[in-house]
Design a protein around this ligand. Structure first.
Ligand code: 5AD
Ligand code: SF4
Length: 346
């Protein structure tokens, strides 16, 4: 193991077998060692800055039916909402006023928000505040992605969810892994900074599948990688399956840091949900981004991807102060500026 840890510090070029053996570590001390190695790689490749992104969940309407998600179309217990264009812009301006340099606009796959309407939102935001805009709105045509990019969107998060095509098919009725890949490639071609990532501990997922997730984001050269544990939602077909574990989620954050070197990796809300210090632990295992929630409270309670989401009732001022304190408590620094991807492309 010692030589594998040394290799991990020096290079991200680990084989599938080597990644599987890291993810299979189960003694407390050896897991701690892996997370410390990833923390060292993070420090050398990215420094101590933690980037803050202000999240706005502007519509919980979704035409998809992902088996794990509380917003799936067949869950009729959700109070569906759609913020108006002006409400979204106003919420984004608020993010800017708090000194946060990136606005993340997230929604279910809601067809009302056409590329043209999204373009209007993006342009209005950019005319009012200096910030980067990240979209997280799912699968669209290449032409839609182009229109939104031209309107000024900088980044796009589209998690690949799982790199096992068969598992992908089982969890996503009427979607395909091939189309997911196609969307990620289109986003890249249009010049977005691209985020992928996966869920950890999905029913039927193996350690080898997780190794493939790490190799997938490395191969994609993802600018951002979101990783969080599966959390069962009571009104979904996966209600009775167990949550993904904190340990496996942290090991995945660590391995993804090691293989990608300088990707932006958030300490996700999902890790903060399975453990009260989950986000701090992720930040000490390779992560370097946090995404406080700026969705107006009246809507936020209805954006229930999984139950007991962190900060669901906190106002932005409060949760932002809380996050800053948590970052500083572990000896890190809150970054200023937009926090663009450090990856250079020709
Ligand atoms: N548990 C954990 N993560 C989930 N997501 C959706 N449902 C769940 C769940 N039950 C994640 C997906 C999606 C992101 C917005 O939330 O990875 O891409
Ligand atoms: Fe819709 Fe996204 Fe939930 Fe799938 S994960 S049901 S696309 S909101």
């Amino acid at each position: 193991m010692d030589s594998l840890f040394e290799k991990a510090i020096e290079t991200g070029n680990l084989s599938r077998e080597e990644i599987i053996s890291l993810l299979s570590l189960d003694e407390k001390e050896s897991i701690a060692r892996l997370l410390a190695v990833a923390d060292q790689v993070r420090k050398e490749e990215c420094g101590d800055d933690v980037h803050i992104r202000g999240l706005i969940e502007f519509s919980n309407i979704c035409i998809r039916n992902c088996l794990y998600c509380g917003l799936r179309r067949e869950n009729n217990k959700v109070r569906r909402y759609r913020m108006s264009i002006d409400e979204v812009v106003e919420a984004a301006v608020k993010v800017g006023k708090y000194g946060v340099g990136t606005v993340v606009l997230q929604s279910g796959e809601d067809p009302w928000f056409t590329a043209e309407r999204m373009a209007e939102i993006i342009q209005k935001i950019k005319s009012k505040v200096v910030c980067a805009v990240t979209l997280c709105i799912g699968e669209r045509s290449s032409e839609d992605y182009r229109i939104m990019r031209e309107a000024g969107a900088d980044r796009f998060l589209l998690r690949h969810e799982t790199a096992n095509p068969e598992l992908y098919r089982r969890l996503h009725p009427d979607m395909s892994f091939v189309n997911r890949l196609c969307c990620l490639n289109n986003l890249r071609e249009h010049g977005y900074q691209v985020g992928a990532g996966n869920i950890v501990g999905l029913p039927g997922q193996s350690v080898a599948d997780l190794a493939d997730d790490a190799l997938f984001v490395k191969e994609l050269d993802a600018d951002m990688v979101g990783i969080g544990p599966f959390i069962p939602h009571p009104n979904t077909p996966l209600a009775n399956y167990p949550s993904g574990s904190l340990d496996m989620s942290l090991k995945m954050v660590a391995v993804v840091r090691i293989v990608t070197r300088n990707a932006l990796i958030p300490a996700t809300t999902a890790v903060g949900t399975v453990d009260p210090f989950g986000r701090e632990k992720a930040l000490m295992a390779g992560a370097n981004v946090v995404m406080p929630n700026f969705t107006p409270l009246e809507y936020r309670v209805h954006y229930e991807i999984y139950p007991a989401k962190k900060c669901i009732t906190e106002d932005p001022q409060h949760s932002l102060a809380d996050i800053r304190a948590r970052i500083e408590s572990i000896g890190r620094r809150v970054a200023t500026g937009p926090g663009h991807s450090p990856k250079k492309r020709l």
